[in-house]
Design a protein around this ligand. Structure first.
Ligand code: DHK
Length: 150
């Protein structure tokens, strides 16, 4: 059974489409989910969003046991949550941290992400297009490590 790629979204991303369209665009989270499933091809995707830190940690724990890779947009928790960082530290597979906006071009409180300390890679500023790019990158990394063997 092919292990799934987890796509985990943090607080306020359920409002995409209406939320600050000048920063986050007008694409909804449901549309982004469809883009991720297309990009993953035959690899299953578990796509989640929560405004609760504990729920996000619970999905990371589930991914530790059942997942192959993680794409995570921790949103505002990126800059506050050591608990999410600690959870991700236990994940053995590739992790791509994703931000729709280029956080480094924004206010200073968006410049330091705890998650970046454990991420394999970080994507920021590609808009909603960053999601399928991140999913394909995880799929490629998994294929490469499979080809390389144990
Ligand atoms: C989303 C958020 O909600 C903000 O807290 C982050 C991130 C940026 C994004 O660009 O996807 O700063």
């Amino acid at each position: 059974m092919t292990k799934p790629i987890y796509v985990i979204n943090g607080p306020n991303l359920n409002r995409l489409g209406k939320r600050e369209p000048e920063i986050y665009g007008t694409t909804t989270l449901a549309e982004i989910e469809a883009f991720c499933r297309d990009a993953a091809g035959d690899t299953p995707v578990r796509f989640h969003q929560s405004n609760s830190e504990g729920q996000i940690i619970d999905w990371i724990h589930e991914a530790i046991d059942e997942g192959a890779g993680i794409v995570i947009n921790p949103a505002g928790f990126s800059f506050t949550s050591i608990a999410i960082l600690d959870a991700l530290k236990m994940f053995p597979g590739p992790i791509v941290e994703l931000h729709i906006s280029n956080i480094h071009r924004r206010e200073a409180h968006y410049h330091h992400s705890y998650v970046s300390k454990v991420a394999t890679a970080v994507i920021a500023g590609l808009g909603q297009r960053g999601y399928p790019v991140a999913v394909r990158a995880i799929a490629d990394l998994l294929a490469a490590s499979k080809a390389a063997g144990p």
